[in-house]
Write a protein that binds this ligand. Structure first.
Ligand SMILES: [Zn+2]
Length: 401
């Protein structure tokens, strides 16, 4: 069961043809592929002795079956590949790049412009682009200073979150709203427990790898001491309901915004509506968890597409509804269209989260239901809205089915 449902901006974006920066990263990556076979990390020659020493430390201390452990951890925590990791993979294999460069490609390319490609490649290999996500799941808590929402967003997101808790008929009082920041990336004492708990790395090796990762991040100016948005380019809903894994079962439900995701929304021109639309979408995943709407007769990509399109529909229903956030529907749909487009070139993953057309159709339908309900000032029970959604789903996917 998927427990950690990311917001799917740019799941299939690429650096490969996003200008000189992308080309540099692609070329560097091609000479020494990430996660090739069972080799943990393939370290390229570095002229800088400090970098070379740190890379060698990581290579020496990683378990031999690292690639398998990394995949198992993603599965265990229900985490989708991070946007940055997807981007790196596309950069390694540019033939997978099948759509025109977007504003997000330019944004991601810009983030990596000043980063040593060898360092970035190794950080991606050791799973470092997911450390902030694992950290927030395992250790994050609402109200803790280390997970505080950025000042510029705290009012908007907190108020919208409380509105969602009131709006939906599911009990969201146990969900914790928080941010994730990149500061752990230079703190070995925070990285080592992740390596131990998530990946099963023995303490001494975990400490050594954590120290090397933290030093690499600290020494590459392009990574901004961990503050580069590349480490937190994610927003997700987490629930451990029904989970028996002892490391996870006692964790509270969470809704987490990465600093990098908020930065990316600004960068692609949807900073006004984007954060609340993402909150609406992620909160809708919690409605699904709590109302038992995640399961269906569908399997594989079609099952994921159903829950994602439902989250798009429910999220838009909430943000446009007069008793929800009452945001301007035209602007909401325009912003959503814009981020669905940058988020999906999806030819190699048909139907994974729905195509831009399908996602916009789902959002537009969510708004139309809210609009029709306004005269009664009535919010539909989640199960009623779901029944309407299930009936509509074949029509929503039809244009690109
Ligand atoms: Zn989602």
């Amino acid at each position: 069961m998927r427990r950690t449902t990311t917001w799917s901006i740019a799941l299939v974006t690429s650096l490969a043809i996003s200008g000189a920066t992308g080309a540099t990263v692609a070329a560097a990556a091609t000479t020494a592929p990430v996660a090739a076979g069972t080799a943990a990390v393939t370290v390229g020659g570095s002229q800088d002795p400090t970098t070379a020493r740190l890379l060698a430390t990581i290579e020496a201390d990683l378990p031999a079956d690292w690639t398998a452990r990394k995949a198992a951890a993603l599965e265990r925590f229900g985490i989708e590949r991070s946007t940055a990791q997807e981007a790196v993979e596309r950069a390694i294999d540019p033939t997978q790049y099948q759509c025109a460069p977007t504003r997000l490609d330019a944004y991601v390319g810009g983030l990596l412009a000043g980063v040593d490609p060898r360092i970035f490649r190794v950080l991606a290999s050791v799973g470092a682009l997911d450390y902030a996500t694992y950290d927030a799941i395992l250790f994050g808590s609402q109200g803790a200073p280390g997970y505080a929402l950025p000042k510029a967003y705290v009012n908007e997101l907190s108020q919208s979150f409380r509105a969602a808790q009131k709006f939906w008929d599911t009990d969201g009082s146990d969900i914790q709203l928080m941010a994730m920041h990149g500061d752990l990336m230079t703190d070995p004492a925070r990285i080592s427990p992740i390596l131990q708990i998530v990946f099963g790395v023995p303490r001494p090796d975990a400490d050594a790898i954590a120290a090397a990762v933290a030093e690499l991040v600290a020494t590459d100016p392009g990574l901004q001491g961990g503050q580069s948005p590349i480490f937190t380019l994610n927003a997700f809903a987490f629930s451990a309901a029904g989970e028996t894994d002892p490391a996870l079962s006692r964790l509270p439900d969470k809704l987490v915004f990465g600093d990098g995701m908020l930065d990316a929304l600004q960068a692609i021109g949807v900073g006004d509506i984007g954060p609340r639309a993402v909150l609406g979408h992620e909160y809708a995943h919690h409605v699904q968890y709590d109302a038992g709407l995640t399961a269906s007769p569908l399997t594989g990509p079609e099952a994921t597409r159903r829950t994602e399109l439902m989250a798009d529909a429910f999220g838009t229903y909430f943000v446009t509804h007069k008793r929800g956030l009452a945001l301007n529907a035209a602007r909401v749909l325009e912003a959503e269209q814009s981020f669905y487009q940058v988020g999906d070139c999806g030819f190699d993953r048909p139907g994974h989260h729905g195509t831009p057309n399908q996602r916009l159709a789902a959002s537009t339908w969510g708004w139309s239901v809210a609009d029709a309900a306004q005269k009664q000032g009535h919010v539909l029970p989640s199960l009623t809205l779901d029944a309407q959604f299930e009936a509509k789903l074949p029509e929503l996917v039809a244009p690109d089915a």
